[in-house]
Structures are given as C-alpha cells and as structure tokens.
Design a protein around this ligand. Structure first.
Ligand code: AMP
Ligand code: MG
Length: 417
C-alpha cells in the first residue's frame, strides 16, 4: 500500500486552483510497485510497467502496398508506356523468387517484394495487351507502392512507454511484435463508500424521506474505467464513530479510500471528524464550480478522498482530483484532457479566479460549425444534466463572461474517463 505522511496534502492558501490540486497530487502520490503479466486479451485499460523497444521491425519484411505488378525502376520507360512480359505471381504469405530483369511480377497486397524489384504498379493503372504482357505507363516514381521493412517502426526503437494506459491500438502493437503478454502495474484497489442517513441502496426499502444512492454507482463505474479493482462498501451513516471504524477497516486493504457526501462544514457533515479520529484530513476549498470543498486525507498511509455529495459536483471533482490520483497510484503518465474549441451557443457570466464547467450538448450548426448548447438549468444535484448532455465546456480562471458565438473549450465525457 502507498505510504504517505500525514501532512502531505497540506495547502497554505485559502482557495486552491485546479492546477494546484493536480500538482499536489502528482508530486505526492507514488505508484504502486507490484507488477504482473497479463495476456494480451486482458491488457486493455491496464498501465504498462516497462518500456518496450521493438523486438521486431514493422513491417518485418519489405512488401507491396497494393495489388499490381512489381518491377525494377531502372527497367521503366521514361516517356512512353511499355509492355512487360509477366514472370511469376506472389500472393500474400508466399515467398518470392528473385525477379528477372525486364519482367514484371504479378503481386498482391502484403506479399514480399521479389528480390531485384523496388516499385509496384497498381493494377488499376495498367492494362494487359492480349499477348500475356502488362503495359506499364511512364511517370511512376521509383519505390512507389512499396512498404519497406521497418518503415512503421524500426527494430529496437522505443515503441511503448512505461506508464502508458493501454488502449486497443497499443494492444495491437504488442501483438504485431509477437508478444503474448504485457508487464503491467497491478490494479489499484479502491474502497468506495457513500455517506448520508438520507440514502438507501437500490434493492433495499426506501423511506419516504430517502433517495437511492446514485453516486456510489457512478464513482465505481468511473473507477473501473481506470482499471481499478473496486470494493463496494455501501453507505455509511452520519455518525462519527461507525464512519471512522469503517474507513479505518478499509485502509489496510486498499490503495485509495473514496467517499461522497458529508464534507461540507455543517454539523451533519461527519466525514471530517470521522477521518480525523483515525487519520489526518485537510479540506481543500477548490476554485471550481460545480464542486465544493474536497476532503483529502491519509488513513494508515492510504490516501483518502472525500468528494461532495451532489452528483454533478461529485462527477466534476472526480475528474480533477480522483482521476489524477488514480493515474498516479497506478503508475500512469499524467494525462491532461485537451479541450477542443467549439462555438458557444449560450451566454454566461462567471467570477474571475475560479474554473467553471458548463454542461453542454454538441450539435452541428447550419453553417457546419460545432456548437455547444448549455443545459438549461444549473443545479449540482441534477443527474439529468449529466445524462442529457455530451460534455463540459471548461471556462478558465481568467474568463468572466462568454458571449454567444465565442469559441470555448469543450471536453467530451468520453475524454475524461
Ligand atoms: P452532502 O454533501 O452530504 O451535504 O450532500 C449534498 C447533497 O448531495 C444532498 O442533497 C445529498 O442528499 C446528496 N447526496 C449525497 N450523497 C449522495 C449519493 N450517494 N447519491 C445521491 N445523492 C447524494
Ligand atoms: Mg450528507
């Protein structure tokens, strides 16, 4: 388990910027050390534990990029077309004999280039002359339509970096090298709790004054997208001692403890006192909307994060606090989601000095531009606002207003997972 000092999340200022939060997390949290080998079909989403230099050049041999006719460029006519007798036929997967000078070889995509040839005419660009010869036009560049050995990746080149979160294309590259398994960091173990007397678990009776717990299922689903092994530890009641016990019990067995709710400073917010009785805790007042204080702490050396209870605040602070923590713990390289420019179809006013996220849907305007339309309401408790939108418009600390038509940065939900 990660071992952190009690004061590692201390922060001096009154209001913490998103960048400061990410910097503290990425500099204080160390990756788990254990690694394991996973077979390729199970590697998607895992984090690569070591660099991989290409053990094989790609492509491994020089081959034709098209179906057509292979020739040697020095045999080709400069100005006029010219018939070539055809000698040999090389389908993909068969080996080729050396080519005779002055002949064309019938060849197919992916087949090895016959020794002596260096250029391929596409079959669509030639004709046969009825006498079994192929008529080749002039003007084709030497080397055309050929994929030289190593043109994709030369032998020995650094091809996959340690810390890479593996996606399907990385798994494909490992397979192209002939690897059957990859060395990855072990999955990090995350304990997830909800807190609040007003919550009932789906599947249990709900009193009239209760609502079903939704955050826990959202957070567990998000964590699984980061390859975490998630323990669903249910709902903690608003009571300091039992809350403290449950958190302490989870600390020894997990790399990260995550709760939602109960981190404001009202007298019914028991997470702060609960964590302080078994570990240490600081409340980060983050300059982010939606989002309220986020609690950061240490329980028995394991990091603790307490997210706000309102679902949208929980979602947004997950992205900025939990996401970098999980990436750091699992040894992944930091990933800064890149906002793409779109046109605002809304006006908006905000305070300087705080970063705000506006829930938006994307659509293509009649002039072809991508336009972001704001969800009509703003409450941080509105789950429909996350369900009915496509992503977030990120408004930086310096921005104080958005005029309709202005370019703004858009982060699709998929890019945040
Ligand atoms: P709190 O931060 O505990 O004061 O909660 C703020 C708001 O979020 C309250 O309206 C809670 O009922 C709601 N809330 C807290 N936890 C959850 C949860 N797990 N699922 C859905 N709503 C929640
Ligand atoms: Mg609460």
């Amino acid at each position: 388990m990660a071992q952190l000092s009690d004061d590692c999340f201390a922060f001096g200022g009154p209001l913490m910027s998103v960048d400061e939060a990410v910097a503290i997390i990425t500099s204080r949290i160390a990756a788990v050390q254990e690694t394991e080998i996973v077979p390729l079909p199970a590697a998607d989403g895992r984090v690569l534990a070591r660099d991989i230099a290409a053990p094989l050049a790609l492509p491994p041999f020089t081959n034709s990029a098209v179906d057509g006719y292979a020739v040697r460029a020095s045999d080709l006519p400069r100005e006029t077309e010219q018939p070539f007798p055809i000698a040999g036929r090389v389908p993909a997967g068969s080996s080729a004999d050396a080519a005779k000078p002055g002949y064309a070889v019938r060849i197919f995509t992916g087949a090895p280039m016959p020794l002596g040839t260096d250029t391929v005419f596409m079959q669509e660009d030639v004709r046969t002359d009825g006498a079994g010869r192929v008529v080749l036009p002039s003007g084709l560049k030497a080397g055309a339509n050929v994929r030289p050995v190593g043109e994709d990746i030369p032998l020995g080149q650094l091809a996959l970096k340690r810390g890479q979160r593996l996606r399907p294309q990385h798994v494909a590259l490992a397979a192209a090298f002939g690897l059957t398994g990859l060395d990855v960091t072990r999955r990090i173990r995350v304990a997830v709790f909800s807190t609040g007397d007003e919550l009932a678990s789906p599947g249990t009776p709900r009193a009239a004054v209760q609502l079903f717990d939704s955050n826990r299922f959202m957070l567990m689903a998000m964590l699984r997208r980061f390859g975490c092994e998630v323990s669903d530890l249910g709902i903690l009641r608003d009571e300091r001692a039992s809350l403290a016990n449950a958190l302490k019990g989870a600390a020894g067995r997990h790399d990260l403890i995550l709760t939602s709710g109960g981190v404001s400073t009202g007298e019914e917010d028991h997470v702060k006192a609960g964590v302080e009785s078994v570990g240490s805790l600081v409340l980060w007042r983050m300059a982010i909307k939606p989002g309220r204080p986020v609690a950061m702490g240490i329980i028995d050396g394991a990091p603790f994060i307490g997210l706000p209870g309102n679902p949208v605040a929980s979602f947004v602070t997950f992205v900025h606090v939990v996401r970098p923590t999980v990436l750091a713990l699992s040894g992944a390289l930091p990933e800064q989601p890149v906002a793409i420019p779109v046109r605002a179809a809304f006006g908006y006013k905000k305070k300087a000095g705080r970063r705000e996220y506006v829930r938006v849907s994307l659509r293509r305007a009649p002039d072809g531009a991508l336009e972001a339309r704001k969800f009509p309401r703003e409450g941080a408790g509105l789950l429909s606002s996350l369900v009915d939108t496509d992503g977030l418009v990120e408004l930086g600390e310096d921005i104080t207003r958005v005029e309709p038509g202005q370019s703004v940065g858009y982060l699709g939900y998929a890019s945040l997972m």
